[in-house]
Design a protein around this ligand. Sequence first.
Ligand code: SF4
Ligand code: SF4
Length: 117
Amino acid sequence: MYFNKLITYFFYISPIFTLKIIINTLKKIMTRVVTEACKGKKHGDCVEVCPADCFYELDDMLVINPDDCTDCSACESECPEEAILPDDEAPQEWIDFNANADFDNLKNITDKDEITR
Ligand code: SF4
Ligand code: SF4
């Protein structure tokens, strides 16, 4: 009896738990990414709709802190330049560019009026 329960757990229940953990982990690391099309624009429309204050300012564009992004996608449709992409569609160089930004020393933009013009 005990042996049957053990077999049921390892062959049926355990794989389902494992799959759920993998899916949740993948969901967690998904993020939006600002790409080249933002350069020289800095409209800030994206900032206005972000519920997690993810945007930081560089000299010529904004970047998203992937640690803060909840991947809600609200910013993507707001960008008139179509500069914001999900990380499974964005070029790797722009995923790295956003992720490697020096967020501790960049200005967090929570309102478009805070952007340096
Ligand atoms: S709306 Fe688009 S182009 Fe404008 S600042 Fe945001 S990401 Fe950049
Ligand atoms: S996907 Fe959502 S949380 Fe992430 S940067 Fe865009 S608006 Fe902010």
